[in-house]
Design a protein around this ligand. Sequence first.
Ligand code: SAH
Length: 221
Amino acid sequence: MSEDEFSGVRNRMVDAQIEVRGVADLRVLAAMRRVPRHRFVPPALWDQAYNDYPLPIGDDQTISQPYIVALMTEALELKDTDRVLEIGTGSGYQAAILAELAAEVYSIDRLASLAEQARKVLAALGYKNFQVRVGDGTLGWPEEAPFDAILVTAGSPQVPRPLVEQLALGGRLVVPVGDRFSQTLTRARKTGEGVKFDYLGGCRFVRLIGKYGWQGGGPEY
Ligand code: SAH
């Protein structure tokens, strides 16, 4: 497929999978139309990159379904001046969407191989407003806190406390919370009157493994 053909398929993805399911934020939809998702998956999967499901990216990890990426991004209510933290860099695709919509993106993965590959793709596509580091993202990135928005793209048994602490006043944290097979997309908002929660529906992510997530060990699924 040529880049033009990929672009056509990508626009159809946004129309048929994302807009119809109710994602309405025009900035989010435009970012989803721009970012070449195929570049974030292995070449053997390029022809599936715009399909309505997650794909394997190595190390037992997955790039999320496009609709889930759009839904979570919309839930963050990003402004172009926001500083954003992502836990679970994975392929780097979600980081690219965030980099389109925010001022600065900080992304952490516990697996060095994925972080390295993501960094390469993001740089090759010309993104400059991002940093990727390797470590336990459940601890956040204290040196760069507070953040206007924090997105966790792995499933956690609880809302990791350090992430709530690293939210700015008015900040939004979106995290899938549940057991290892299914989670509820949970949004925490830090307000003057404390932290307010709301719930955005069911989802299924690989596990968040770290001090304030799962303890690790055992099969991924
Ligand atoms: N956002 C990614 C998909 C993430 S898949 C994308 O757009 O492709 C979940 C990722 O979370 C995996 O890469 C996994 O290694 C990472 N992960 C799991 N636990 C983590 C932790 N405690 N800190 C940082 N990354 C973690």
